[in-house]
Write a protein that binds this ligand. Structure first.
Ligand code: PCA
Length: 216
């Protein structure tokens, strides 16, 4: 049976007209290979609703790999997230005008979950492909981390059968034009990067070990 790869992107938030995560993910909606097929879905930038939508998608699609993608305005490269933390602490209101402060994503859940994607191998493969990439040690405490934590919490129920994680991507050039000085990345590079990440996640059984952390 063909494997299913679920890619999610978010709707625009914080006054933006577009969200690069949705633009990049939806460009892959017809991606279909002999051994896997890609499903793309959009998530609302809303606490609770986004986590629930992700849970329902996992139950409906039973994917082998899930990569949730989100916008990280101000970052300059493709950042593969290492860890989701059990904290909602929003710097801005979500699209439902709700700003959660110091709440758990899942009451009583563990403090954090690690990504089960081969994060170092993905960063390595992205760089080999000529795309700027790094491991990120924090997905923040807004809706992206919320979805990432929810994803890992549900994926814990699926044992090792499902690999899941999160990638943050920069602004698109047309967004950066409204944020002078902010870095950006072309859509074609983002899409190429997601292809590399999917293939690496499907191919590798374990992560590679190579230096790449930060001192702070
Ligand atoms: N980025 C936000 C939420 C939605 C998105 O694309 C974040 O990093 O939390």
């Amino acid at each position: 049976m063909k494997k299913i790869v679920l890619l999610t992107g978010f709707e625009p938030f914080n006054g933006e007209g577009i969200n690069p995560s949705w633009e990049a993910v939806r460009a892959l909606q017809d991606w279909n290979e002999a051994d896997f097929t890609v499903a793309v879905r959009q998530l609302p930038c809303v606490f609770g609703a986004a986590k629930l939508a992700m849970k329902n998608l996992i139950e409906e699609l039973q994917p082998s790999v899930v990569i949730a993608v989100g916008q990280a305005g101000g970052r300059s490269d493709l950042t593969v997230e290492r860890i989701a933390i059990n904290v909602d602490d929003a710097p801005i209101a979500d699209n439902n005008k709700r700003q959660l402060v110091d709440q758990p994503v899942v009451a009583g859940g563990p403090a954090a979950y690690f990504s089960t994607l081969p994060i170092k191998a993905i960063v390595h493969a992205l760089r080999e492909a000529g795309l700027p990439a790094s491991v990120s040690q924090t997905a923040g405490t807004f809706v992206c981390n919320h979805v990432f934590y929810g994803l890992m919490h549900h994926s814990a129920d699926f044992g090792t059968a499902m690999r899941a994680g999160f990638i943050h991507i920069p602004y698109l050039p047309q967004q950066a034009a409204d944020h002078p000085g902010a870095p950006s990345m072309a859509l074609t590079d983002m899409v190429a990067g997601l292809r590399v990440a999917v293939r690496t996640a499907l191919q590798l059984k374990s992560d590679v070990r190579e230096a790449g952390g930060t001192t702070h």
